[in-house]
Design a binder for this molecule. Sequence first.
Ligand code: AHG
Ligand code: MN
Ligand code: MN
Length: 343
Amino acid sequence: MKTLVEFVWEQQENLNYATGEFSRLLNDIGIAAKIVNRDINRAGLSSVLGFEGSVNVQGESQKKLDVIANNEFIKALRSGKQCAAIISEENEDVVLFDDETTRNAKYIVAIDPLDGSSNIEVNVPIGTIFAIYKRKSVGTTITREDILQAGDDLVCGGYVIYGSSTMLVYTTGNGVNGFTYDPTCGLFILSHENMKFAEDGGIYSINEANYIYFPAGVKKYIKFCQEDDPATNRPYTTRYIGSLVADFHRNLIRGGIYIYPGTLKNPLGKLRLMYECVPMAFIAEQAGGMASDGFQRILDMHPKDIHQRCPLFIGSKNMVEKAEKMMHEHSHDYVKIYAAEKN
Ligand code: AHG
Ligand code: MN
Ligand code: MN
């Protein structure tokens, strides 16, 4: 039996430059995840359901649990002193700390504290997504280059799924490992070693109600998924929970693709590049899958803004490749819907 804490330390000991700071940081995220897990489990009993009454920078109403989860992660990262700045879905500006030790720290964290928060009341899986970057500068002054790093500079991508069981899944670029939370002893325990996407999956996950607004490439891909072709196991099956973490996690285990495309209404889609798409893309690639905005690799993108949105095609390699191919074949729609926004 191996716990998350033991696993993280072991992995880091194999790196000769390791100082233990990263291990402490990841363990702080694990501690906050346990607290958030407790809050979510008891949500119906502790009057934390419903709206906070505030709106975040994306114009979305904040749920009470969005705010609680955000505070718990910030608190854990502040007291751990390994993270110099936090980019959060729930904070318009980068969160910086007052004390000098923390402002000198090596790491920057981008986080979606509660993903799928529209699902909180209905008892289906929700999650937390996090990305860890090593800062480029040293000292107490955080620079723009520290914050707006390319996906390829990521040192760790991970998520927590608060589902029928709670799991923490992460990668540091050396495969993907999953840890199941055992509430009887309060530990995350290694349960899913070296997780891999099937090359050809059989599930497609997309909010099809927006079909009319989708670019032609996505419409064609959906029709492809629905064709009768026993040799390739089509028609595939549709599964869509509406929590990226939950949809991604199921597809990682069963094989599948998740798509949140740019649409006529929202040319850059809905998901945020830095704390949703990039960490999930890193996990997908490390699990042998693929992550694209429909035309280019997510991890090649350079963010211009901390809350920037980005279309996402992610999951089993052959499925994402096929969807990308269809986006290329119908790129006139890409020009119409997406390119103008992108530049
Ligand atoms: P968040 O709760 O962090 O704002 O994210 C919700 C996201 C994502 O988790 C999910 O896949 C997607 O929104 C669902 O959007 P639709 O309701 O438009 O399908
Ligand atoms: Mn989210
Ligand atoms: Mn969220």
